[in-house]
Design a protein around this ligand. Structure first.
Ligand SMILES: Cc1cc2nc3c(=O)[nH]c(=O)nc-3n(C[C@H](O)[C@H](O)[C@H](O)COP(=O)(O)OP(=O)(O)OC[C@H]3O[C@@H](n4cnc5c(N)ncnc54)[C@H](O)[C@@H]3O)c2cc1C
Length: 201
């Protein structure tokens, strides 16, 4: 509702077929007139991974098995965005929480391998999602609990600070947020500035 009030439309299940100077054509047949187009469609592995002589998927990510071992390379483990796991569990998104879970499991499996113990298969468990909407508003879905608006923004900030891990980083970010309150305008307020031209996405 909030996005709609800011004239933002989220289009699911559609691919961009063509980006023209004045329009974007999408696969459901629509042509959306545009003036500024911002492309934010994902990531690809870095050249280092591209140059590795390993089995990869169609997106160039390293294939790993359920124990996070690189396929065809005994004793080698890989985790994170540059990997593609082949297992019967839920899809593993390119998110920090997935990379962290994989890192812990890979470390314990590597230790198990060294100690001749049985490795444990990896299984991704989503602990939720947080979406910052700017202007003191966020969407929160943590362990099935959904929050939005200002309360969501507070939870978003609390989780963000917690996940930073180190007190020095937390202090930096807190200081940044405090300074931002009094100095830089929040760029996400662009949509509500009546003096700005109307923005269409
Ligand atoms: C703009 C942006 C916003 C994001 N927001 C979120 C979010 O809100 N929540 C969330 O869960 N996830 C978010 N992600 C995704 C998250 O950052 C990644 O999923 C996560 O960092 C993956 O961890 P990783 O260890 O696989 O890779 P990275 O964290 O990318 O670590 C890879 C490291 O390898 C280093 N490296 C690369 N090449 C070499 C080399 N040749 N030699 C040595 N080192 C090298 C890089 O410098 C980097 O430090 C975001 C990603 C982006 C790009």
């Amino acid at each position: 509702r909030r996005l709609a009030s800011q004239r933002i439309e989220v289009i699911n299940d559609a691919k961009v077929e063509e980006v023209r100077p004045d329009a974007v054509v999408i696969s459901d047949g629509r042509t959306i007139p545009t003036r500024t187009t911002i492309w934010a469609a994902g990531i690809e592995p870095p050249p280092l991974v591209g140059n590795l002589d390993l089995q990869k998927d169609h997106r160039g990510r390293i294939l790993i098995d359920q124990y996070l071992r690189v396929k065809g390379r005994p004793g080698v483990y890989a985790v994170g965005d540059c990997t593609s796991i082949q297992y019967d569990g839920p899809p593993v998104p390119a998110l920090a929480q997935a990379a962290e879970q994989e890192g812990k499991r890979a470390a314990s499996n590597l230790a198990a391998e060294i100690e001749n113990k049985v490795p444990v298969p990896f299984r991704y468990r989503s602990v939720g999602q947080l979406v910052d909407l700017g202007e003191g508003s966020a969407l929160v879905d943590i362990l099935g609990v959904n929050l939005s608006g200002l309360l969501g923004a507070y939870v978003w900030k609390a989780v963000y600070l917690y996940e930073l891990g180190y007190d020095l980083n937390r202090a930096h970010v807190l200081a940044d947020w405090t300074i931002d309150l009094f100095t830089r305008p929040d760029t996400s307020k662009l949509f509500e500035d009546p003096n700005q031209p109307r923005v269409r996405t």
